[in-house]
Each structure stands twice: as C-alpha cells, then as structure tokens.
Design a protein around this ligand. Sequence first.
Ligand code: KG4
Ligand code: ZN
Length: 327
Amino acid sequence: MIVLGIETSCDETSAAIVKDGQKVLSNEVASSLEFHKRYGGVIPEIASRIQLETITKITESAVKKARIKLKDIDLISVTNRPGLLGSLLVGISFAKSLSLALDRPLLGIDHVYSHFYANFLDSKRIELPFMALVVSGGHTSIFHVHDFNKIELLGETKDDACGEAFDKVAKILGLGYPGGPLIEKMAKLGNPKKIKLNCSGSRDDFNFSFSGIKTAILYLTRGRRISLKEKRDICASFQETVIDVLVRKTLAACRLKKSSRLLLGGGVVANNRLREKFILAQKSHKLDLYFPQKSLCMDNAAMVAGLGYQLFKKGYHSDLSLTVELN
Ligand code: KG4
Ligand code: ZN
C-alpha cells in the first residue's frame, strides 16, 4: 500500500511516500528556518505563508523521487494535531483537495505519536507493546503504547517542552536558533559539573518541568558579561541536568509498566549526549532501546505516512470535515 504523508505542524513543509508503513520511497522536507532565525523562534504567520507556497512543489518532488504517479497513491495521511493553527490548516486543506481530486481516502494523524513511529521506518521490526519518550520543541511525553490506537499517556511537561528549553537557554546565552544543536556543540567543550542546576521535579510522577531551569540560567547570567568558558559550562550543566531527568523518569515509567522495550523520538533525540546516556541505561537496565536515524528525529512526513498506514489497516479514516485539533 502506497501512502502519501503530509506534515506542516510547525516550520517544516514535508511530503513523503511510504510503502506498507515502513519502506520510505521519498521524504522531502523544506524548512523556513532561515526566515525565523532573526526573531529567535518560529513566527506562525511566516511559517504558514511559506508552507502555502511550498506544499505543492514539495509533494510533486516526493512523488517524482519515489518514481510513482499520483494515481498510485492509496491513502493520504496528514498531521492534523497538535501544532500551529495556520500551518496545520495548510497541510490539511492540501490533503483534502488531493483526496477529493484523486478519490483516495484521507486520515488525520497525531504529530506526537508519529514521532515515535519514526522508529518503524526502513524495515525495523519492533514488537508491541512498548514505552515511548517523545522529546521535541513542542512536547515532552512518556507513553505506554499497547497498540497504535491504544496509547496511554503516563507523563508530560507541565510548562516548557524540553526542546523549547534548549531554544530559550540558547537565546539567553545569545547563541542563536534553534538552540538544541548550538547548546550541544558548546556543551562538548564545557564542564557539566561546574554549575549546579536542578529540574528534577516530583519524584512520584512522570511529569516534567523545564521552565525553572531556564529561569535559573536567566538569573545566573542577567546583567553581566559571560565568558565563552562560562557559557560552555552552563550549556554542559544544563544539557546534563535535563538529560538526566529524562533518563530517570523514563526508566521509572518502564519499571512501573514492567516494560523493557523503549522507543525514543522527536528533535531532541538527535542530541548525541542524550543517545549516549540512554545507551548507558540500556546496558545497566537491559533495555531493548530504539531511536530513529537523526533525520527522522526531526519533523518529517514519512513518519506521518507510516502511522497512517497502521491506523488505516485498523479501519480508521477521516472525511472531508477533517480539521485542526489543537489539543
Ligand atoms: O521534533 P522537532 O523537529 O519539532 C517539533 O515537533 O517541535 O524538534 C525541534 C526541537 C527544537 O527545539 C530543537 O532545538 C531541538 O528539537 N533539537 C535539539 C537538537 N537538535 C534539535 N535539542 C537538543 N540537541 C540537539 N542536537
Ligand atoms: Zn515534531
């Protein structure tokens, strides 16, 4: 079965062709990042305008690269939640018009769930059930996934998402946007033990809070010149503290659910230190650990097409009344 995936939940415009939920025939991603950089974050109005201009070209390119024809598409799978309202609407409207024109079924997909589905792409065989940690610019959530339509949320961030905290700390330190890769680069040259930071939250639940650590760094640096060495130490300490809490809470959730199969997903999972620390935990806790290749950690439509295939097989589909679900 050939599925066209469409993803426009934030600043990316992506279209992908995936066969039978696993084989990625094409996965085209265009980012409007360069237009947002000067503002230090994504401007929704700019994102949706560029998506409107890009979506047709990106889809044509995905179809061409997959060496298929539009008529070969069996299903159109599109992100309809959560994300930026205008951006989501561009993707949904495009998917609906294509569904009508080609007379093919349509399915709205949850972006956060599609992040852990990225692990299934390119023929990895993973058994259900499993635990999943999604860490992105918009979400930090731990799930117990019984099946693709039976997903239990165990914990999530109560304020900033983890990637958002990386972006805000980078902004405070004047590093640029997006902050994750920039902090990771600085952290490599810093001492993670130099500055004591904390974001451990409650010991009794699986929720996260990242706004306190961001504010602590704001107060630590406010009104004075910070040397390069100190910036590196702050980045290293911040990164280590945040990753430690992600690992600790995720392992606790795995213990509670007596599950050793763990899938990671989302932009922050591109972080090498995070990968290292989960690999260490894999050894000590005998985890069956999966993370996607780095390009599939970021927003992309292949994961949307893949999850769409699984849900369609279970009998799910949307109709032309499909619209944005904000929560
Ligand atoms: O999943 P994603 O592409 O978009 C959302 O769904 O939000 O994630 C983007 C987030 C940004 O906050 C970015 O700073 C973060 O992922 N990120 C990283 C790294 N690469 C991207 N965070 C930490 N380390 C990285 N190497
Ligand atoms: Zn995402």
